[in-house]
Design a protein around this ligand. Structure first.
Ligand SMILES: *Cc1c(COP(=O)(O)O)cnc(C)c1O
Length: 425
């Protein structure tokens, strides 16, 4: 009998995975809390929340129960002309957490579609009013997803190279590191003064995929202030940062000036089912309110507002709002901070940084620069797996982004694996 892992090799094409030179995919047969159990009996701590989606641990009984219950009641229904209780309850619940200027929830399927919807909402907002504001501004190093619109507003990289000629033009601002802040603000102001900028999209405070790169809330606040002075729609892509990853419920909660559109996904359902959300202000929606049918927002997905996904999200929100969960997140932040003290002077560690439940550093490798293709990743990843820890460095950026239910002892296992890697690799 061949293993699941072997059978996978002749039937499946995996995401973000070179087809040559890598080990076969590990088959996970059970998930429980922070642990993934593989078919060959290994137990692995999921220290990256399975690509940043999992909040409360795997196969959480409350989320599982909510999904099962909803599946028996109403598994799915068309969302044009119909609605259902979990969609309404979730929208109200999300609006309770989003800034006061947010008043509408548009459902879709994942982070990329949440971004597509945001871009189209902003573009058609200007179109419906007959205003010419075609320019979109984004940040260098940004990642907003893998569909064409979201790729267009993302950094041009070796990943996007085969498609670059099909991507629409975007004005990219330099990444606003501390020393670049003033220049970035000045360039953005100039762009806005042209009157042609219609939207500005950003990952608030942390760029995830480009290596957990952090920048200051103060600068983002200044950018949004300039944008609003020039009627530019600000789109916060909180797909990674949402649902308390950075310490506050949304990263935008650190801002004084609030974005006009929010994109949510990843942690939305606690990591159990795919779902995306794009929220917007009443003013944006107003531009679509017309007797003229052609001003309708003609966008939708077959599984828009899937009731089971809504139910999972509601169950996840219940857990997230418990005091115990806040304590868990504070505990993680405190542990990260001690771990950072420990790594502070390590010769192979640079740019130690943290935000809420995330800690990251650059693994200094004389053999390469900081980027995704840095070969350090190819040595570190299998080493961590052997230690029973799932960490998936972005190039030479090592980061920990655990489910909130991880215990201090389990976190120590993760930190120790990193210590060992620093010693041996
Ligand atoms: C992951 C991610 C996306 C894309 O989400 P998918 O669900 O993978 O399509 C978009 N924006 C940010 C900031 C992300 O981290």
């Amino acid at each position: 009998m061949s293993t699941w892992s072997e059978r996978d090799e002749s039937s499946i094409w995996h995401p973000f995975t070179p087809l040559v030179g890598l080990d076969p995919a590990l088959a996970v047969t059970k998930g429980e809390g922070v642990y993934l159990h593989t078919e060959d009996g290994q137990q692995i701590i999921d220290a990256i929340s399975s690509w940043w989606v999992n909040l409360h641990g795997h196969s959480h009984p409350k989320i599982a129960e909510a999904i099962a219950e909803q599946a028996r009641t109403l598994e799915h229904v068309i969302f044009a002309g119909f609605t259902h209780p979990p969609a309404v309850a979730l929208a109200e619940r999300l609006l309770g957490h989003l800034p006061d200027n947010q008043s509408r929830i548009f459902y879709s399927d994942n982070g990329s579609t949440a971004v597509e919807v945001a871009l189209k909402m902003a573009m058609q907002f200007w179109y419906n009013q007959g205003k010419e504001k075609p320019t979109i501004v984004a940040l260098d190093g940004s990642y907003h997803g893998d569909t064409f619109g979201s790729m267009s507003v993302g950094d041009r990289s070796p990943f996007s190279a085969p498609f670059d000629r099909y991507l629409f033009d975007v004005e990219f601002l330099e990444f606003p590191s501390r020393e670049k802040e003033e220049a970035v603000l000045e360039r953005f102001t100039q762009l806005c003064q042209s009157g042609r900028v219609g939207a500005f999209i950003f990952e608030p405070l942390i760029q995830g995929a480009s290596g957990m790169r952090m920048y200051r809330a103060k600068l983002l606040d200044a950018l949004i202030e300039v944008a609003h002075a020039h009627e530019v729609i600000c789109i916060a892509d909180e797909v990674m940062t949402g649902f308390a990853r950075t310490g506050r419920f949304f990263a935008s909660d650190y801002l004084t000036h609030k974005p006009d559109i929010f994109c949510l996904s990843k942690g939305l359902t606690g990591g159990a089912l795919p779902m995306g959300v794009t929220s917007c202000t009443e003013a944006i929606m107003d531009a679509y309110r017309s007797e003229d049918l052609l001003k309708t927002f003609f966008h939708g997905h077959s599984f828009t507002a899937n009731p089971m996904a809504c139910a999972a999200a509601l169950a996840s929100m219940d857990l997230l709002e418990e005091e115990a969960c806040t304590q868990q997140r504070n505990q993680i932040a405190a542990s990260h901070s001690l771990f950072m003290d420990r790594l502070q002077d390590h010769p192979k560690v640079e740019n130690l940084r943290t935000s809420g439940t995330i800690v990251a550093f650059d693994y200094v490798d004389k053999r390469g620069d900081t980027n995704y293709f840095n070969e350090a990743r190819h040595r570190l990843y299998p080493f961590f797996i052997k230690q029973g820890v799932l960490l998936r460095p972005l190039g030479n950026v090592v980061y920990v982004l655990p489910p909130y239910c991880i215990t201090p002892e389990q976190l120590d296992v993760v930190y120790n694996a990193i210590d060992k890697a620093l010693e041996k690799i």
